[in-house]
Design a binder for this molecule. Structure first.
Ligand SMILES: Nc1ncnc2c1ncn2[C@@H]1O[C@H](COP(=O)(O)OP(=O)(O)OP(=O)(O)O)[C@@H](O)[C@H]1O
Ligand SMILES: [Mg+2]
Length: 603
């Protein structure tokens, strides 16, 4: 095929493909323009998760008719003039292509008025071509309306996700810009329903409160540090408020919301060993650097940056976070020699367990009862012994040499004579030809899981009324999820109702949870949904697993013999007694034969 130049229309659509990926990209670009125009009020209105309509109104500087006509051309910008300017960017935009890209793939209209003009100017564009323009009444500022995004690029439209997912992306964008601009008032309306309202304030913590809820904002630790041309300000959470997901992590560089693995890792490093595995800190951090030391022109999204002296900056972040945690006495001061000693041997850590005098250490078992237990088992029906299945976690297989793992069939559930509890964590029970160790939490978790699953399937999860109700101040994304999953929550025992704006009230909860667990449990489930999105069957599984875990006896809990016997009897009745709902073993066996070998009674 001979070479030919592409038409302007095709060029614009190609460019739009890079900049505008989804409705949230439009919202991001338009908000950035409003911020660059020094707006103090930004209203974002969307319909059908932005797929049908996005309209952003600001009270910024506005544009003259001449500028408005230029603004929708590609490479038209008021923000830079020369290539040198690329290395000292003080605005969010600089590429001069966002409006051209948006206008190329939508029905686009712009109404704008600068303070000096008496009237506004209106421009209507379809597929990149102006179809009408003229004088119009307007307030100072700019209103941009984008309808039917991707109407002329069906391939792109096909890749859009469900309304719920696209809406979450938009909320995420507005939340982040609202977080870093406390002086600007933001409002987000979806189908005329207010999802987010963040009034202008000079107090950053109040701003976070309006977006993430008062309870959370109150708990955050403030950070403020400066060092030769770098400053870091913001908030981090206490280690025990870390979450299972990374949704509430916001890192900004020179007011730009950025995604940079190294900077975020420096924050984690600051927490050192205070975070449990798979727990993620919540933070809102603003790093300010000399603009000549960063390169923003890395990707059309402008959310990636290259930084000069990255190592020094990362170390500064790590140290600032570390010092903040230490100041609040959240970091234990570690005696290095001691740390080395303990870290060299896991077992030495274990040995710090305190044995308290316990009435349960040795249990009295009636001889007669024990005899009848074991006499039921004839030598012809020995307890089967299997080695660990290959799918089991390596940590078990590495210690399994002297343990065997029962077959996964309830019919072979071994006869057990309970001997007692060790370490307040395991039951020990004699069986024909050996001894079983039973993980009390895992075993009870399996029992609770099957009971609760049966209740759920029959539609009768046992609930408790929360007399005063539990008020939850949610983030905008959490509030949307709460509404979307209201029915599923109710099925699972959580009746939750809107209490105005982003506040909700929990009226009932599953009876298995103690009063003080209800809030944290509900939030944990909500965050898990945020990660897993929309899969209802997974949600049921997840909630029941969490409920079972909370309802089960914990490791470290001292139990009476009657309680232990009951758990064992219940475990015997379950469908899958040998693993907990997470797949870990509930009981392990060591044979008399193995003991004899270890005691050198046998060769
Ligand atoms: N809300 C607004 N208020 C005032 N001027 C605006 C507004 N939106 C856009 N403009 C003007 O239109 C120009 C073009 O906007 P556009 O977003 O396409 O490019 P940019 O912001 O300069 O760069 P980028 O493509 O990186 O966003 C801007 O440089 C600005 O002068
Ligand atoms: Mg722009």
């Amino acid at each position: 095929m001979p070479i030919h130049l592409l038409t302007e229309d095709v060029i614009n659509k190609i460019a739009a493909g890079e900049v505008i990926e989804r409705p949230a990209s439009v919202v991001k670009e338009l908000i950035e323009n409003s911020i660059d125009a020094n707006a103090t009020r930004i209203l974002v209105e969307i319909e059908s998760s932005g797929k049908e309509r996005i309209c952003i109104t600001d009270n910024g500087e506005g544009m003259s008719e001449q500028d408005a006509r230029k603004s929708i051309l590609r490479h038209a910008t008021s923000k830079i003039t020369s290539a040198d300017d690329l290395f000292s960017i003080n605005t969010l935009g600089f590429r001069g292509e966002a409006l051209a890209s948006i206008a190329a793939v939508s029905h686009f209209s712009l109404l704008t008025k600068p303070a000096a003009s008496l009237a506004g100017f209106n421009l209507i564009i379809e597929g990149g071509a102006i179809i009408s323009s003229g004088i119009a009444a307007a307030e100072q500022g700019t209103v941009i309306e984008v309808r039917d995004i991707f109407y002329n690029t069906p391939a792109r439209k096909k890749f859009l996700k469900t309304d719920a997912v696209e809406l979450r992306h938009i909320i995420d964008v507005v939340t982040h810009y609202a977080l870093i601009n406390p002086h600007i008032s933001f409002r987000l309306l979806h189908n005329s329903h207010e999802l987010l309202k963040s009034p202008s304030t000079s107090e950053w913590r109040s701003n976070i409160a309006s977006l993430y809820g008062i309870d959370l904002a109150r708990e955050l630790l403030e950070i403020q540090a400066t060092e030769e041309g770098i400053s870091l300000q913001g908030f981090i959470c206490k280690p025990y408020h870390a979450r299972n997901d990374k949704h509430q992590q916001a890192f900004f560089v020179n007011t730009r919301w950025i995604k940079n693995h190294d900077l975020v890792k420096a924050v984690y490093d600051g927490y050192h060993s205070l975070l449990f595995v798979n727990r993620h800190p919540l933070f809102v951090l603003h790093l300010q650097l000399d603009p000549t030391k960063i390169d923003v022109n890395v990707h059309p999204h402008k959310s990636e940056i290259r930084i000069e002296q990255k190592e020094r900056i990362c170390e500064f972040i790590r140290k600032t976070v570390h010092d903040c945690l230490q100041q609040h006495q959240l970091l234990p001061s570690v005696n290095l020699q001691m740390e080395q000693q303990t870290s060299s041997s896991v077992s030495s850590k274990r040995s710090t367990y305190r044995f308290e005098p316990s009435t349960q250490t040795v249990l009295h078992v009636k001889e007669a009862a024990a005899a009848s237990y074991l006499s039921d088992m004839t030598p012809e029906t020995p307890v089967p012994q299997f080695s660990l299945p290959p799918s089991s976690s390596p940590s078990f297989s590495s210690t399994s040499s002297s343990f065997s793992y029962p077959a996964p069939s309830p019919s072979t559930f071994p006869e057990l004579r309970l001997l007692g509890q060790i370490h307040k964590t395991f039951f020990v029970a004699e069986t024909h030809g050996g001894v079983f160790f039973i993980d009390q939490h895992a075993a009870h978790e399996r029992v609770m899981y099957e009971q609760l699953m049966a209740q759920l399937n029959q539609g009768n999860i046992e609930t408790q009324e929360l007399l005063k109700g539990e008020i939850l101040d949610l983030t905008p994304v959490e509030a949307v999820l709460c509404r979307d999953f209201q029915t599923q929550f109710e099925e699972m025992g959580f009746r939750v109702e809107n209490f105005g704006g982003q506040s909700f009230i929990l009226k009932t909860s599953p009876a298995v949870f103690g009063r003080q667990q209800v809030r944290s449990m509900f939030m944990e489930i909500l965050h898990a949904i945020e990660d897993n999105k929309n899969k209802v069957h997974e949600l049921r599984e997840l909630i029941i697993t969490r409920m079972a875990c909370r309802a089960a006896v914990m490791a470290g809990e001292e139990l009476t013999s009657a309680r232990m016997e009951k758990i064992l009897a219940q475990l015997r009745e379950t469908q899958l007694p040998y693993t907990c709902p997470h797949g870990r073993p509930t009981l392990l066996k060591t044979t008399a034969d193995e003991l004899e070998k270890k005691f050198k009674r046998k060769g």
